[in-house]
Design a protein around this ligand. Sequence first.
Ligand code: C5P
Length: 206
Amino acid sequence: MIVAIDGPAGAGKGTLAKSLAAHLGYPHLDTGALYRATALAVLRAGGDPDDPAAAERAARSLDTAILDSPDLRSAEVGAASSKVAAIPAVRAALLDFQRNFAHRPPGAVLDGRDVGTVVVPEAEAKLFVTASAAVRAQRRHQELQERGEASIYARVLADIEARDARDAGRADAPMRKADDAVEIDTSDLSPSDVFKRALAVIEAAG
Ligand code: C5P
């Protein structure tokens, strides 16, 4: 079974995807990490994340070692990742890897923005995980502080809103709830409540 989890930054998709994958015994792919790695490679090479040629080159020659870099999680790379993600050639370069990952037996859990709509629209279980922008910004702010990064709540909120607008507004594979996805708003739910709801959806699908 393929489990597709989409939603905006900070909604809790990553936490949910990891715990579902562990529970089901499936591998998990954080598809956002591929866009972050592409952005980081462009930045490290001194390039501009809005430059289609530089971004496509980085996506096509992605070194998997970069996926483990702690720099992937910085606010700068987060912002740059949604710029490279708006470039169709970058999305095309990363598609086969994601599809192949999803289709290996016995199944997989993938999380991102377009997993249920574009990467694997045939996924049996689809979730769209959201939360209010204020709650998501608060979570990100806390996470950055815990990692020792200087963080200002108002700036984190503005970054999240800008990223949401870019991700939902782009022409190619915009962030969108698939028609057959079940939406879970995590604003007032604990991670274990989110997990229980998601598992119920998966059990109903399988
Ligand atoms: O989920 P995360 O915040 O790590 O994703 C970073 C960026 O990668 C997102 O803002 C989005 O622009 C892009 N992305 C995407 N499609 C996906 C996953 C992430 O465009 N499936």
